[in-house]
Write a protein that binds this ligand. Structure first.
Ligand code: 13P
Length: 261
């Protein structure tokens, strides 16, 4: 399985010129990494800038969105002010979408139910879904494990099994996000949780499918910690925030992913 390294630019950068610069510097390196699929998720206002330049298969570079609405225009004549449909994304050559990010849960009030509807609709529209989960804190009693299980089960509720081939899980413990240089999760803990997540998936979709779902780690991934987490964490890649805006750092992470067996 190829490693998946996903850049989540969040609400950055503020201008087109800077977006183009970051994109082209990453593209130069990403296109030379045959064992890595690099996915750049810029704010939606920049998606149309990049759609054409990544259409070639051999580039190993794909576009992702940071959000998508749960309805298709047919359901309400497109009367959903401010929202973006799966079809609009596909028309811009977008293949992936992030759903359930903790920042959207926190600041936009996205609930498990909304996230479930978004996942269902995105998968139905043939987008690959990067479904984010992760606990606020890791208590010694272990109730965070129930929290993670509930998040996964609620997000995937009543979704036909055949759609899971396009699912990716991104485990992002909230306490480890945006810590810049410290406090990423420890590789051995990521390993334990990746096994736990796979067990939860097993209960939902059975052995074969659950084995095929990529599990990624996110939360202060940087060039300094990427290698150990990738080697020992049992994950197939990363969802990278702040380091994905610094091409030198992100490209180092890509090279590490290319070199780790
Ligand atoms: P940081 O890499 O900045 O911690 O962000 C992680 C994240 O939220 C990616 O989706």
């Amino acid at each position: 399985m190829k490693k998946l390294i996903i850049a989540n630019w969040k609400m950055n950068p503020q201008g087109l010129k800077e977006a183009r610069r970051i994109f082209s510097e990453i593209k130069k390196v990403a296109s030379r990494m045959p064992r890595v699929e690099t996915i750049i998720c810029p704010p939606c206002v920049y998606l149309s800038l990049f759609g054409d330049s990544i259409s070639k298969r051999r580039l190993n570079l794909r576009l992702g969105a940071q959000n998508v609405f749960w309805e298709n225009p047919s359901a309400g004549g497109g009367a959903y002010t401010g929202e973006i449909s799966a079809q609009m994304l596909k028309n811009l050559n977008v293949k992936y979408v992030i759903i359930g990010h903790s920042e959207r849960r926190k600041y936009l009030g996205e609930t498990d139910e909304m996230i479930n509807k978004k996942i269902k609709n995105a998968l139905n529209n043939n987008l690959k879904v990067i479904f984010c989960i992760g606990e606020q804190e890791r208590d010694i009693e272990g109730s965070y494990l129930y929290f993670i299980k509930n998040e996964i089960e609620a997000g995937l509720k009543n979704i036909p099994r055949k759609l899971f081939k396009n699912l990716i899980i991104a485990y992002e413990p909230i306490w480890a996000i945006n810590k810049k240089g410290k406090d990423a999760d420890k590789p051995e803990d990521v390993f334990q949780i990746s096994i736990y997540i796979r067990r939860v998936l097993l209960g939902i979709m059975g052995k074969e499918l659950s084995r095929s779902i990529p599990i990624l780690y996110g939360g202060s991934v940087e060039p300094e910690n990427a290698e150990n987490i990738l080697k020992e964490g049992g994950v197939q890649g990363f969802l990278v925030g702040h380091a994905s805006l610094v091409p030198r750092d992100f490209n180092k992470i890509l090279k590490i992913a290319q070199s780790v067996k």
